[in-house]
Design a protein around this ligand. Sequence first.
Ligand code: ATP
Ligand code: MG
Length: 394
Amino acid sequence: MTFDYLDVIGAGLIILDSEPFSFDYVPEQLVGRDEILREMALKFSPVITANGSGKAVLSGPVGTGKTSVAKRFCRDLQTKFEASRKIKYVHINCRNHSTPMQVLHKIVSVFDEGHPDRGLAMGELLSSIRKLARKDSTHVIVILDEVDRLLRKSGNDVIYQLLRIDEDQATSGTLSLIMISQEQVLDLLEGAVISRLGTSSLVKFSPYDLNQLYQIVEQRAKLTIKPGSYDEKILRLIAEGSEQYGDARRVIESLNNAVLKAESEGRSNLEMDDVQQASTQINPSMSEDIVKNLTTHQKLVSLAICRRLRKESNMTSKDVQGIYAAVCEEYMVKAKGQTTIWKIINDLEISGIISREVSNIENTRGRTTYISMPNVLPNDLATRLEMLIKAELR
Ligand SMILES: Nc1ncnc2c1ncn2[C@@H]1O[C@H](COP(=O)(O)OP(=O)(O)OP(=O)(O)O)[C@@H](O)[C@H]1O
Ligand SMILES: [Mg+2]
């Protein structure tokens, strides 16, 4: 038996190491989060200086690095202050641990894997945590990720119990708390937690901008795939495809999908098609309707753009004008003037067919506006447009 079909596994045409593609991988350096990490350091300075503790609520949209920042911060703190204070941390996803007992058991397990699971009341578990931490001379940082799950299901009691774990006790600074939640549930947190902690504990995350997304995908590409298998244009296209979301997870997934597609076709390099096709799968936003409902000249301009972007990763508005004139000639219609073309380009961006970017990424000329199609396969769209235009002009 030869197991030929397994050859695709580990063929390594492009991939060097797929571990950094995994969802819980945290890079050594986080792009664009220095300011936030400094903020965290300030909030947690009592942990080191005075046997104290810290607390923070991290909030922001999906894929903005909340979980990564929390883990990175705990690891860095642990390493840097190894000599002065023993620190352990536990990441609890409240999606899977949504009751007080599950949360407390998870914290106890940091010290004692085999701690008896059943029959203990909340107070007993809290006291176990206190004793174990003291015996171990350890400060424990508890990360309650997706904390809104816990709040919805079980209320805020366990959070208050954790915050006052040392109250009326001989111990101090047993535990720090980092709570994480997506932005839209901030209201829930506001009532339940922030009003008690004070707004000073709040750390806000913003979506990543195009440059940051570019740096994130570049960093991940260097960690996962062979240097000669891609070029900067591909990474730029990936970043542009996620710009409207500002979500780091999207650029990483999109790189991963593109790589898998190229490898499955036996290639050792990434092509623009790989990115566009992968993106059409993640986000089939380019529905038939959008294309069908374009006006004739919007279709003609789109077709002009597709024709160039079959071969190039981007183009300027000037390029569009030239090719559009040729397309109009081909279909024997009178071309619209420049102002109308500019307006059409705007409309196409709004409908998500194209993406526009004023170049501010290194290695590009001046400050020109570039048009690209990160979420559409230009070839496919061109075929559809040609059919629709022919039918309309008949
Ligand atoms: N600043 C960054 N630099 C490098 N990689 C990052 C950065 N921010 C996020 N990532 C990567 O993007 C992915 C998503 O990040 P993370 O899970 O931290 O986001 P999140 O804000 O917790 O998202 P969610 O709201 O969905 O939980 C991870 O793979 C992470 O490694
Ligand atoms: Mg997260």
